[in-house]
Every structure is written in structure tokens, then in C-alpha cells.
Design a protein around this ligand. Structure first.
Ligand code: AOF
Length: 156
């Protein structure tokens, strides 16, 4: 059965990038995947000064609003790198936090879908026919962690 998730307070809310699970990446701690993802939009851009502001945002909603501001200049390669950047952050989240890693692993081989009514890139969009890249990343992270854990069992 397909598992749909979206808001943090709904079932499987820990799969949302807005969930309160911090990550360390390249020496910096980010309070949520969303903070990190939104800040990466401006690395090397003329609007890079917004990065520490996004980092310090009180909530992921605030971080997202800062990153989505249409008057700011995104890095030129954003569309090429955003999926890999998201994957790295989501992998780090589920490697770091054992409790939600268990939730992810317990979904077995079910299809995971970000049920966003407005986003048909990361989610499935209102018609549920969107690309669902976040769901796909979660499924691939689930597979990667499973493989990592099976290697640990063999070599321990
Ligand atoms: N979960 C969730 C959202 N979805 C998230 O929004 C991000 C995409 O942002 P952007 O590339 O700027 O459009 C990505 O992390 C996606 O998972 N959006 C929300 O407004 N509220 C929410 O609770």
C-alpha cells in the first residue's frame, strides 16, 4: 500500500523535510533538512549573504519562505544539483536519527509519496501524477541504509 506523507504532524511526518531532525554537513549543523536545502540554492550566487539568515531561521517554514523569495538570485546550476543535494541531506538525516531510521526501514518496500498539493517536482502534486522526487529519494535512501546495515552485520 502506498504511503503518503506531507505535514510533520500527519502520519509519517518524519519523512517531511520540515521535521525537527538536524543534520551536520561539512562541519555545519542545520536544524532541518529544509534549512540546509533552501540555503544551498544560494551557494556561489550574488545573494549568498542570505545563507546565514536561512541558517538562523527560527522554523523550516521561515527558511523555506526566505529561499523561495523570487527576487533573489539562485545559483546557476541549481536545477542540475538540487536532487543530489537533497539526497545527501535526507541520507544524513536518516543515518543520524535512529528512531526515524526504524520508521523508514519498517515501511519495507512500500511506495513513499510526498502528498504535496502544490509541488509536482518533490511531491505528487494535486493530481497525484507528479514526479515525487522526495519520495523516490526516501526509497533509495531506505535501500542504501539497508545495504549499509547488512554489510555491518557481516563484518562486525
Ligand atoms: N513538506 C512541506 C513542503 N514540501 C517541501 O518543500 C521543499 C521544496 O521547496 P522549493 O524547492 O523551494 O519549492 C521540499 O523540501 C519539499 O519536500 N512544502 C511546504 O510548504 N510545506 C511543507 O510542510
Amino acid at each position: 500500500m502506498t504511503i503518503y506523507f506531507y505535514k510533520v504532524w500527519q502520519p509519517y511526518g518524519c519523512f517531511s523535510n520540515f521535521s525537527p531532525h538536524g543534520i551536520h554537513i561539512q562541519g555545519t549543523y542545520w536544524p532541518t533538512v529544509e534549512h540546509y536545502y533552501q540555503a544551498q540554492k544560494f551557494v556561489g550566487s550574488t545573494d549568498a549573504a542570505i545563507i546565514p539568515v536561512i541558517h538562523a531561521a527560527a522554523t523550516p517554514e521561515e527558511a523555506a519562505a526566505l529561499g523561495r523569495c523570487s527576487t533573489r538570485q539562485l545559483r546557476r546550476d541549481w536545477d542540475l544539483v538540487k536532487t543530489e543535494i537533497m539526497r545527501e541531506a535526507v541520507l544524513k538525516k536518516f543515518i543520524t536519527h535512529i528512531d526515524i531510521r526504524e520508521v523508514l526501514l519498517k515501511t519495507g518496500d512500500e511506495i513513499l509519496v510526498e502528498n504535496s498539493p502544490t509541488d509536482s517536482f518533490w511531491g505528487c502534486g494535486a493530481n497525484r501524477a507528479g514526479l515525487n522526487h522526495l519520495g523516490k529519494i526516501l526509497m533509495s535512501v531506505r535501500e542504501e541504509i539497508r545495504n549499509l546495515l547488512s554489510l555491518t552485520v557481516i563484518y562486525e
